[in-house]
Write a protein that binds this ligand. Structure first.
Ligand SMILES: Nc1nc2c(c(=O)[nH]1)N[C@H]1C(S)=C(S)[C@@H](COP(=O)(O)OP(=O)(O)OC[C@H]3O[C@@H](n4cnc5c(=O)[nH]c(N)nc54)[C@H](O)[C@@H]3O)O[C@H]1N2
Ligand SMILES: Nc1nc2c(c(=O)[nH]1)N[C@H]1C(S)=C(S)[C@@H](COP(=O)(O)OP(=O)(O)OC[C@H]3O[C@@H](n4cnc5c(=O)[nH]c(N)nc54)[C@H](O)[C@@H]3O)O[C@H]1N2
Ligand SMILES: [Mo]
Length: 714
């Protein structure tokens, strides 16, 4: 019998070792990459994982986090059975119950609340996990409400909203065909190795790269011909300044503007105040470098823009900063052209595969028509006009105030309160609910507040449909059976639909049938997808002709690209603070600048971390054992701080104690700290009302703070 060490070294599985190689995918980061995994399994146990050669996107590679897969799957705190709370909320005392009991209790309580206060009195929420979202969204609709909310209330949607306001739908850079990459908040070598590969390829074939980032990063070092090291949160001013420079120098595409653009005159008048001098003053970037970047941008096209899902929009002027960035694409006629920015048509779970699935019908066929407005509507009119989810930053408020109607129960899928600003306040709101049920892989602090907790399984333990760019679709098979009594969330949702006795025969017919339905317009079957060694290229995937929206008209109120947004004018109502132009304002909170002289940027990505998921995995933790903040050596010197010292970061709303790491990558005065640590939750410093009025996104990346040596109350 071979030892584990020998088995781990075995390159080729064979009958002697009894090792099988199963094909799966990594869902620790989600969505987008979903790197293909070869999973080495013996006797139902995962021995190791590797990347899969020729897999769409990841092509044989996995990242630091994916390398921890075995530790992720076999965590000690995996939830093993359905649980019923027997202690106080948060105390962590549960008893094991059967699935049958759990479903009966959940359905009983939810239906009781529905009968008393209507289906809207039940809120539904999902954290960062995306793969089961269409199922959850459909369940919410079939249950009779629109109260479906997600982590996308602070991730990526604001970027999508900015594109929708300007051009009617999402757009992305066509990196494969561009001559220039302009990357705003672009550190893909740390945040997304699949996209980074496309960026590296562009550089390799002679393309130029401009990166706008307040830090020196691996990506600025490897890729940037021009690095604009701006002050955080000043992207809007920089983009408006570049816009003014383009106009003043005649570096714009006037015929394109005349034909396809609405609001150029208003935009031009507004940006005239962003002279190179003023732009330099606000952004801290030398004005000659700004002009040089603007010239390169206007003359090297087509240009593929990189529009991040968080770095720019995690500011309270973030949506407008993003809109100002996108407006530049309009000025140079770069929208809807090959190698420029091209429209996105989601196939399934956000992924643009280049072919349609039945996802829209799956959701809309059961969408309730006569229910009350979703949670928080009225607070962020643009959000509610452009998305079909409630803005989750309003959830705690409505639970507390019970207005305009009460929220009494919550179905929480992979919900982590540490995502929210002032997380302890979020927990306080949860405590007021009559009933909570939660699904998760592990027993989190948030789960401890639930009445019923259900064990979900990981991507290696389930079968799932996944779409990849370039026309690919796959359906995985479980590499190992679900651990303990866990189940895929999708199965939980379909089974719960049965117990809730809602009118939804499709959901009630089970997970397998719903997957069949979702691909019923395509020429493949689940069996064919499962049997194929790699994701299959769909016959239905047709390359889209760039320029078709120019011909047809953009999906905006005027049919043109709107620099001045008629949509905002239509929906803003009493919210006259919402400006039709992409205006620039400071994104700081109201804390006193003298007392809190530093800028906290909470959340810039680390290679080994992904929100709360990997903090406690040994391999990931080794790389940064304690919650640690990066500060500039110059600031450290002034404060008498050294590498490895403890310090407090204190903001107006709270404080944390962390270790000091000296880094000259950022600008003096800026403090970088990652989120999601139970021991030092930086989100306690982000005010729950520090939100962008357009998107509702929290301003995680610009809060005033002070630094004090020592451990404080730790
Ligand atoms: N300060 C600061 N805060 C931030 C950010 C920031 O940049 N700065 N970023 C924000 C952004 S962009 C995001 S996306 C959010 C993410 O924030 P969260 O949604 O809190 O993300 P996670 O902690 O990764 O995941 C939540 C839970 O999902 C569970 N989970 C994993 N897989 C599954 C599954 O298949 N099923 C179920 N049921 N549960 C599962 C995990 O165990 C975890 O407990 O954080 C936001 N918060
Ligand atoms: N390793 C790892 N990868 C991840 C994640 C993770 O947690 N870890 N999270 C995933 C998720 S959920 C998301 S939403 C994405 C987030 O994706 P991004 O938004 O791209 O994430 P960041 O790496 O935080 O930011 C990118 C760069 O922007 C810079 N930056 C910070 N503030 C500003 C600013 O005001 N303006 C500009 N121009 N740049 C700024 C940072 O210094 C950083 O180098 O990443 C995904 N990828
Ligand atoms: Mo995110």
């Amino acid at each position: 019998m071979a030892t584990i060490e020998q088995l781990l070294k075995a390159k080729i599985p064979c009958e002697e070792t009894g090792i099988e190689v199963k094909r799966s995918l990594c869902d620790i980061c989600t969505p987008g990459m979903h790197c293909g995994l070869n999973v080495y399994v013996k006797d139902g146990t995962i021995l190791k994982v590797e990347g899969v050669e020729n897999y769409p996107g990841s092509n044989g590679k996995i990242c630091t986090k994916g390398a921890c897969t075995r530790q992720y799957v076999y965590r000690k705190n995996r939830i093993r059975t359905p649980l019923r709370r027997i202690g106080a909320r948060g105390e962590g005392k549960f008893e094991e119950i059967s699935w049958e009991e759990a479903y009966r209790e959940i359905a009983g309580r939810l239906n009781e609340i529905k009968a008393q206060d209507g289906p809207e009195a039940v809120a539904w929420f999902t954290g960062y996990s995306k793969w089961y979202r269409p199922w959850l969204h459909r369940l919410v609709h079939s249950f009779g409400s629109l109260n479906y909310g997600t982590e996308s209330s602070c991730c990526n949607t604001a970027t999508g909203m900015a594109w929708k306001t300007i051009a009617g739908r999402g757009f992305r850079g066509d990196f494969a065909n561009a001559n220039l990459l302009i990357g705003w908040g672009c550190n893909t070598l740390i945040g997304n190795h699949v996209v980074a590969r496309a960026h590296l390829a562009l550089k390799k074939r002679g393309g130029k790269v401009i990166i706008i980032d307040p830090r020196i990063t691996p990506t600025t070092q490897k890729l940037a011909d021009i690095h604009l090291q701006i002050r955080p949160g000043t992207d809007g001013a920089l983009a408006l300044g570049m816009g003014n420079t383009l106009i003043q120098n005649g570096w714009i595409d006037q015929p394109f503007i005349d034909k396809y653009v609405h609001g150029f005159a208003e935009y031009k008048a507004y940006v005239s105040q962003f002279t190179p001098e003023r732009t330099q003053e606000i952004t801290g970037v030398d004005k000659d470098l700004i002009i040089k970047a603007a010239h390169l941008y206007a003359t090297s096209g087509p240009v593929a823009g990189y529009f991040p899902s968080a770095a720019v929009t995690h500011h309270i002027n973030g949506y407008n900063n993003m809109r100002a960035i996108m407006s530049l694409e309009v000025l140079i006629g770069n929208v809807d052209r090959k190698g420029g920015v091209v429209p996105v048509y989601p196939s399934l779970v956000y992924a643009d595969g280049g072919f349609p699935t039945m996802e829209r019908a799956f959701l809309n066929d059961v969408k309730p028509q006569n229910c009350r407005s979703p949670i928080g509507s009225g607070s962020f009119p643009l959000w509610y006009a452009l998305t079909d989810e409630y803005q989750a930053m309003t959830l705690a408020g409505q639970i507390r105030e019970q207005k305009p109607y009460p929220i009494r129960a919550l179905g929480a899928f992979g919900m982590n309160h540490r995502m929210f600003p002032q997380p302890t306040e979020m927990l306080g709101a949860l405590e007021k609910l009559d009933f909570i049920f939660a699904t998760d892989l592990i027993m989190t602090e948030t789960c401890r507040y639930a009445d019923i907790v259900l064990p979900a399984c990981s991507s290696l333990e389930r079968s799932e449909l996944k779409v990849y760019g370039g026309g690919y679709l796959t359906c995985t098979t479980p590499a190992i059976p679900p651990l303990y009594q866990s189940k895929p969330d999708t199965q939980i949702i379909c089974e719960l639909a049965g117990y809730l006795d809602i009118e939804d025969d499709l959901l009630k017919s089970g997970y397998e049938k719903t997957m069949e339905y979702l691909i019923s317009n395509l020429s493949v079957t689940l069996e064919e997808l499962r049997a194929a060694p790699l994701p299959l290229k769909m016959k239905e995937a047709a390359p889209r002709k760039p320029g078709s929206l120019r011909e047809k008209g953009f999906e905006t109120p005027t049919g043109k690209l709107e620099l001045y947004s008629e949509k905002i004018m239509q929906v803003r109502g009493d919210h006259t603070e919402l400006d039709p132009l992409p205006v620039w304002n400071e994104s700081f909170d109201s804390a006193d600048r003298e007392e809190y002289p530093f800028t906290l940027i909470a959340g810039a990505r680390l290679p080994q971390a992904i929100h709360t998921r990997t903090h406690e995995l040994p391999w990931a933790k080794n790389m940064r054992p304690d919650p640690t903040a990066d500060i500039h050596p110059q600031d450290a010197k002034a404060l008498g701080l050294q590498e490895g010292d403890w310090m407090q970061i204190i903001g107006e709303k709270g404080s944390v104690t962390v270790k000091v790491h000296l880094s000259g990558a950022g600008l003096p005065g800026d403090v970088y700290m990652y989120h999601g640590y139970a021991q030092a939750d930086i989100n306690e410093l982000i005010g729950k009302a520090h939100l962008d009025p357009y998107s509702g996104f929290p301003g995680y990346r610009q809060v005033r703070c002070k630094l004090v040596k020592g451990e404080g109350a730790k």
